[in-house]
Structures are given as C-alpha cells and as structure tokens.
Ligand binder design. Structure first.
Ligand code: NDP
Length: 415
C-alpha cells in the first residue's frame, strides 16, 4: 500500500519535526546551472509525497521553487489531504539578507511566495554573507541571528535554526543569544558527517570578469523566470566558474596520490555530539552523498549504489541500498532530507521505518567514512565566516592560488 508513517523528533521548543523531509533543491545540470526545468516533476513528486504521508518540506529562497511549494500546499489543503498545522515547512534566508533588518524582508518574501501566514522553521542558510556581486560583506551572524529572533517573536515562524554552522560558530552564537537554534542543517554524508580538508587562496576578479557574459545571460533568464519576481542574482558571480573549476579539480583530487589531501578522515562526531548536548537537532542534507550517479564524480569514494557490501546488506534486509543509508542516518538520531523528483523513490526513501540495522551492518557502514564532503562550497573558502576546515596543501594551494583554471598538464603534475 502506498503510504508511510514518518516518526517525529522533539525540538528544543517543544515542536515535533518529522524525521524525514522532502528536499526541494533541484540541483545543478551539466552546465552547473540550477536545473529549473525539472520543477514540474518536483511538483508532481511533492504532491505524491504529501498524499502518501510526508509532512516535512525543506525549501529555501535560493531554490526558486517557493511559489510551486506554496501551490502544492494550497492544493493539498483544499483537497483535505492535510491541514496546515500537520505540515512542517522550512525555508532559509540567503546570504544577501544577513543584516538584522533584512531578515524580516526575506522571510516575508518567502511567505508571500508560498502564500503562507507562517513557516515552521527558518534557517540561516550559511554563516557567510555576501552582496549580489558575490563580495564578502562580513556581516556577523550574531547580527543575523538577532533578526531571526525578531521574526520568531513576530510569529512569522514557529522556530529558528541554522545551517552549515561549525561547532565554534554554534558555541559563539549560543553564548551571546537569547534563543538556542532548534536545528543545525548540515551535510549528512554517508555514513558519517564529515569534512573535506582542502583549501586554496584565490582571486576571483579575473574569473568573474571572464564569466561576466554568461552571468548576464543567467540574470536575463532569471528575470523572465516564469513571470515571477525572482530576478535577483542569488549566487555570487563567481559560483559557476568555481563550480566548473572545482569539477575539473575534484576529478583529479579524488584520484591517485592526491586522495590523501581531500580524504583526511575527519568524521564530525564532534559536531553531532555537541548539537545533541545542546538540544539542537541535526538535520542531514544531501543524505545520499555521492552514492547516487547524479552526485558522482569519476573516482568519488565508495560506496556507490552497486557496492557489493551495500548490495549484500540491502539483500539481507530486503531493502534497497538507499534505504539502508537513510535508515542508518535515522538510527544515528539525525533528521534527513532526501531529494527526488521520482515518485517511486519518494515512496522508497520513506519506507525505512520497518526494519533495523545490526551491529555488523553499522560496522560496514562506518568503514566507509573517508572524510569526503560533497558540498564544500570552495568558492567561499576565503570568506570571513566560512565554516569548514581549511588545510593548505602545497600543490593545491599553489595551483588554486593563481587565477584561471589549471591546464590538464598542471593538474597531472600536481598529483
Ligand atoms: P540527495 O542526497 O537528496 O540526492 C539527490 C539525488 O539522489 C537526486 O539526483 C535524486 O534523483 C537521487 N535519488 C534520490 N532518491 C534516490 C533513490 N532512492 N535511488 C536512487 N537515486 C535517488 O541530495 P540533495 O543535495 O538534493 O540534498 C537533499 C536536500 O537537502 C535538498 O533538496 C535541500 O532541500 C537540502 N539541502 C540543503 C543544503 C543547505 O545548505 N542547507 C545544501 C544541499 C541540500 P531524482 O531526483 O532524479 O530522483
């Protein structure tokens, strides 16, 4: 039967959050642009998700699908499938709105786009701030958080949380704020939360200039974005260049001798333990990591969907490999947000509450911990509030320190 019952977890303000939510980030296409054309499939999949029992939806200003998310919610309420209070809707404030007074502007815009009176949670999407040109504004996230406390007080949201915050940033935030974040949404990579260690110094200007033309085209397209008002340039101008550069780099960095520099074992047990000690629920984004083909680079680390150990484990439990992974995150006490625009996977990903992993399974799952982060946002690495570790390794920093993309030869030499 096509229905699921998703358990909930208590937040530090007494609210209940379903432990599995529907992720609405459409991802990048091959051109490293947001895959907007797939929004129609997303609408269909989200409707289906609510029909079968999903109650938690994760979206963001950045994702550009708030209008669609709102339409689906309206439809499902009209049809009597759910009531507004049955749903847990999270959105996020993007990095252009980090000034205290701008937070309310951003939240009100999100509410208007979704045609809602309130959301259940708003997150600081990233600790860094930047203007529309992608320049670091260095706004203290403590200021941003004051804006968050204000929207909470004003009733625009039922809870507030953060995303991509490090332990140090959380400690600082908690020490000087009234409200403790309800959640920290971070990469929930299989099998452990982990960090990439890789850094470079960069000068964005020539790259930005080189990409100015394609960026103008992007802005043009965004302007016409289905007749909606989302005309602003949400990503810094350099993102596409860096995405592309990172793509080329990644292939090399994750292979051969350079593997050492990226895959330093660095599980974020500390982050999870700290959050738990403070009553902050850890929400895992990108829960499938590089397991699935769309997230794979050549040579990205095991396991992939066809990994023999994973396949055997799945067979043992009469489940799929993705279900094993999502179950593991659940057993670690994490909330996860798998994204899929495919109906069958919507059902598959939530059908994980009727079996248990044993100690042997967990051992195998933990053996895959290799410190690989699939979403390091390297283009922000020199920003004041960049949350992840920076480890400068000779060859990497040397090559990335200069402007322009390294040639194949240079990459080969660095490895
Ligand atoms: P996911 O780990 O959810 O992976 C999504 C990919 O996996 C898609 O290509 C999807 O394909 C595929 N997939 C999903 N289920 C299955 C399955 N059962 N079998 C095989 N393939 C499957 O990555 P996301 O990056 O999308 O992260 C999930 C959500 O987390 C986002 O949508 C967003 O809401 C949130 N997020 C938050 C971030 C933050 O900074 N706070 C950053 C990144 C994500 P298909 O859709 O074609 O079915």
């Amino acid at each position: 039967e096509e229905s699921v019952v998703i358990p909930t977890i208590k937040l530090n303000n007494g609210m209940s959050m379903p432990v599995l939510g529907y992720g609405t980030w459409l991802g990048f296409n091959d051109q490293m642009e947001i895959d907007m054309p797939s929004y129609k499939k997303m609408v269909d999949a989200l409707e289906y998700a609510i029909d079968i029992g999903y109650r938690h939806i994760d979206t963001a200003h950045l994702y550009r699908v708030e209008p669609e998310v709102g339409e689906v919610i309206e439809k499902k309420i009209k049809e009597g499938v759910v009531k507004r209070e049955d749903l847990f809707i999270t959105t996020k404030v993007w990095q252009h709105y980090h000034r205290e007074k701008d937070v309310e502007v951003s939240v009100r815009d999100s509410l208007r786009r979704m045609k809602l009176d309130y959301v259940d949670q708003v997150l600081v999407h990233w600790p860094m701030s930047h203007n529309q040109e992608g320049v670091d504004e260095k706004i203290d996230y403590l200021e941003t958080w004051r804006g968050f406390e204000a929207v909470l007080k004003a009733g625009l949201t039922k809870s507030i949380g953060v995303s991509n915050f490090s332990v140090a940033q959380l400690k600082r935030l908690i020490a000087s704020s009234k409200v403790v974040p309800a959640t920290n949404q971070v990469e929930g990579l299989l099998p452990l939360l982990s960090n990439i260690k890789c850094a470079y110094n960069r000068n964005t200007t020539p790259l930005a200039r080189r990409d100015a033309r394609s960026q103008r085209r992007t802005r043009q397209r965004n302007k016409g974005y289905r007749g909606r008002e989302l005309s602003e340039n949400l990503l810094p101008t350099t993102v596409n260049s860096f995405n592309k550069m990172f793509y080329h780099w990644n292939i090399r960095l994750k292979s051969g001798t350079n593997t050492r520099q990226v895959n330093l074992n660095f599980p974020q047990h500390e982050l999870v333990d700290y959050c738990k000690s403070q009553g902050i629920v850890v929400v895992a984004y990108a829960p499938l990591g590089c397991l699935v083909p769309s997230k794979n680079f050549p040579n990205s680390p095991e396991p992939k969907l066809d990994n023999p150990q994973m396949v055997a484990m799945a067979k043992k439990h009469k489940k799929t490999v993705t279900q094993i992974v999502l179950r593991h995150l659940y057993e670690r006490g994490l909330v996860s947000l798998p994204k899929t625009v495919t109906r069958s996977r919507v059902l598959e990903n939530a059908s994980i509450f009727d079996f248990k992993l044993d100690a042997d399974d967990t051992k195998v799952l933990e053996s895959f911990n290799n410190g690989y982060r699939s979403n390091p946002l390297l283009w922000y690495i020199n920003f004041e509030h960049y949350p992840f570790e920076k480890v400068v390794s000779g060859a990497v920093s040397l090559l990335l320190g200069r402007t322009g993309r390294p040639s194949g030869k240079e990459i080969a030499r660095s490895a």
